[in-house]
Design a protein around this ligand. Structure first.
Ligand code: AMP
Ligand code: GLY
Length: 429
């Protein structure tokens, strides 16, 4: 695609590491677009003009895009998608990357997605749906533990409990029904527990056309050796070698193609990222969930491995011109270590000063998430996940050494990170 047909100004919506990684990739485009971000963070500020409009302020974002004559909007997080930001931008004549509200339901409603998966016979755990406590508890008692309880709506990662015992399952039923108490469609989904290794596949979708992005795996638990509570993600690496070329072909045939077709058959014109969470069970890959956006921190390792022009890719998807897009992938390994504030995912301090090393290797990027600049210009923590250190190297081991050297050189009293990102793949050798 000719760079002169690409948009000359792009607004990225969001403020996390994912959005910083998107900005880095868009900045490398041959089109050299003017970059804006709302609301952004202290790292994004150095690369794009940040505007203090919240990521869930749909009218504010449309007004900003109009005022700044933005030609393309790339939406990072799920909440604005579910609120209909892309629909509102379309009404204002502004193209955007990300599904409209109907497509965003695939992430915003687990019940909607499970119904779609079952109807289209896409591999997934068998499940039942409940809206009252008594029948949910009765069902739980009739099933073997472990068993999985899921709340229907968006819950920022807190809507799923894998209960090991019946007591835990009953407590989860009450807790998850309370999450959306009072909402008319407050529902629970109770499903069989699958076993295997988890992986996720990011797919850029445009109607019935799609491009599968490089594979990746994340580390969801806060503690080393995958212990402790779940988080948004403590680190990632790409490629995920557990997904061999033969397995990827099977995932494409049994999961990706059927999912894309099912979504189109349901009348949804999906143009954005379909992030498919999979369990690699002994019987084959099975869908745990769909997300309708880039993963965070998956994006921090997936985008650096894409050699093709990422702006051209997202623009082609948004314009319905994705068919035949030639995706070129770099052979290097990427690894991202998330630096969190001590206490995350529970309560943690904010405003702690951060001192970054002056010189880092060119193969390493310091990606900001929860950071801000104080009025005195000091970089400080401003969230649970603070930074993501991504390294690109010929081997995963080399990428880990480079990333951890930078993690160690960062000074911040509340700094916490896992030392074992990539360890499982490294052990496999
Ligand atoms: P979800 O948001 O639906 O992906 O669920 C969050 C996490 O819960 C997943 O990443 C899995 O670790 C776990 N999980 C969800 N569904 C199941 C299942 N049916 N069996 C086992 N683990 C599950
Ligand atoms: N890292 C998982 C997610 O973005 O949902």
């Amino acid at each position: 695609m000719l760079s002169d047909s690409l948009p000359r100004s792009v607004l990225v919506v969001g403020s996390g590491g994912r959005e910083h990684a998107l900005i880095l990739a868009l900045r490398a485009s041959s089109a050299a677009p003017r970059l804006l971000c709302a609301p952004g963070n202290a790292g994004i500020e150095d690369l794009a003009t940040c505007h203090s409009v919240a990521a869930d302020d749909v009218p504010g974002l449309v007004a900003l895009a109009q005022r700044e004559k933005v030609e393309f909007v790339v939406v990072g997080p799920e909440v604005p998608l579910a609120l209909g930001l892309v629909d509102a931008l379309a009404e204002a004549g502004i193209p955007a990357y990300g599904p409209k509200a109907d497509g965003a339901r695939l992430e915003a409603s687990k019940v909607f997605t499970k119904e779609l998966l079952l109807k289209h016979q896409i591999p997934t755990a068998p499940a039942a749906f409940f809206s009252d406590e008594a029948s949910a508890v009765a069902y739980v008692r009739s099933r073997p533990a472990p068993i999985v309880i899921k709340a229907d709506g968006l819950a920022a990662g807190k809507g799923v409990v894998v209960a090991q015992t019946h007591e835990e399952a009953e407590a989860a039923v009450r807790e998850l029904l309370a999450l959306h108490a009072g909402s008319p469609d407050n529902r629970l989904l109770i499903e069989d527990c699958l076993t295997g290794e988890e992986t996720s596949i990011l797919v850029v979708v445009s109607g019935r056309d799609y491009v599968i992005l490089p594979t990746s795996q994340d580390h969801k638990r806060i503690g080393e050796n995958d212990t402790g509570p779940n988080t948004g993600g403590m680190g990632t690496y790409s490629p995920a070698e557990v997904v061999t070329p033969a397995l990827l072909e099977k995932i494409d045939r049994t999961i990706v193609r059927p999912s894309v077709n099912a979504i189109a058959d349901e009348g949804i014109e999906f143009r954005g990222t379909l992030f498919i969470g999979l369990m690699l069970t002994p019987e084959g890959p099975s869908v745990l969930e769909y997300n309708t956006r880039f993963g965070d921190p998956e994006t921090q390792v997936v985008l650096p491995r894409i050699e093709s022009d990422v702006l051209a890719l997202l623009w082609a998807a948004a314009r319905g011109q994705l068919a035949g897009f030639p995706l070129r992938i770099r052979p290097e390994h990427a690894l991202c270590v998330v630096i969190a504030a001590k206490g995350y995912p529970g309560s943690y301090p904010k405003g702690d000063p951060i001192h970054l090393p002056h010189a880092i290797p060119s193969s390493v990027s310091i990606i900001h998430a929860g950071t801000k600049r104080t009025s005195a210009g000091q970089l400080a923590t401003n969230g649970g996940r603070v930074l993501g250190i991504t390294a690109l190297a010929p081997t995963l081991r080399h990428a880990a050494v480079d990333a951890y050297a930078v993690c160690d050189a960062i000074q911040c009293t509340s700094k916490y990170f896992r030392r074992d990102i990539g360890a499982r793949q490294l052990r496999r050798g």
